[in-house]
Design a protein around this ligand. Structure first.
Ligand code: TMP
Length: 235
């Protein structure tokens, strides 16, 4: 497979065309942003961590019946993926209050939910990714009812699978954001699952082991990303 010209550069990844029109190569960067790009920085080694971790998790999710865009890891930072048409919804599952949930409702972080919550935001940087209820997503034909049901079904399998997996690694899965795409007319998991897109707290200390260390200037950012990958790779 040949890596051809760059199609797109996002905040955390570059995307390249290949000689196969149905495949792309993503190249993970160390660049980090927060608050819709207002805060900018670098997390040295993040691209390697996110690429490797996401590929491990996507391959595990495939075995649980969740189709993903993963094809093949090419290098520390590069992966071949299926070329999907991204569904412009950020799908967020929460097990414990944190982040924008805690802020919106004026509650503390760390409240454990009896059942996971499910929400969607409209993926649009100019609008700041606003929360979007299901009927609005349907009204704007962003998804069909059937696609939305599939997305929900996969989101819950992903939550159950990842919660159990991370717990074995001494990490509590607080919440995460995922994105889906359409490939041959079917919904498949796309984008990434990494410390950029999940909240993970150490089970013993409740220490934050994710991008909140960068967002909130908590220090030890690089070390934490490396530690999460070490745990994910370990048995
Ligand atoms: P939130 O509490 O800020 O809404 O974030 C919920 C989850 O989504 C959290 O795990 C971090 C992740 N997330 C992203 O992956 N990208 C984003 O742009 C934002 C705001 C959150």
């Amino acid at each position: 497979m040949r890596k051809l010209e760059q199609l797109y550069e996002g905040k955390a990844k570059k995307v390249f065309r290949t000689d196969d029109p149905k495949k792309l190569i993503v190249d993970y960067k160390d660049d980090a942003t927060a608050f819709n790009g207002v805060k900018k920085g670098q997390i040295v080694g993040k691209g390697v961590v996110n690429n490797t971790m996401s590929n491990i998790l996507f391959q595990m999710l495939e075995t649980k019946g969740v189709p993903t865009h993963f094809v093949e890891q090419l290098s520390d930072r590069e992966t071949v993926v299926k070329a999907v048409e991204i569904v412009p919804l950020e799908v967020i599952v929460r097990n414990v209050s944190a982040g924008s949930f805690a802020k919106r409702y004026g509650v503390e972080e760390g409240i454990e939910f009896d059942r996971p919550s499910f929400e969607t935001s409209y993926k649009n940087d100019d609008l700041g990714d606003p929360l979007m209820c299901e009927s609005h997503a349907l009204a704007l034909k962003i998804v069909t009812e059937e696609q939305l049901e599939t997305i929900k079904k996969y989101a819950l399998i992903i939550n159950d699978t990842l919660k159990e997996f991370f717990l074995e690694k001494g990490l509590k899965l607080i919440d995460f954001k995922i994105e889906f795409g359409l490939y041959d007319g079917e919904i498949i998991l796309a984008d990434e699952i990494s410390p950029d897109t999940c909240r993970l707290w150490d089970v013993e200390t409740n220490e934050k082991m994710d991008k909140d260390r960068f967002r909130r200037d908590l220090g030890n950012v690089e070390e934490t990303y490396a530690e999460v990958l070490r745990r994910v790779k370990g048995n």
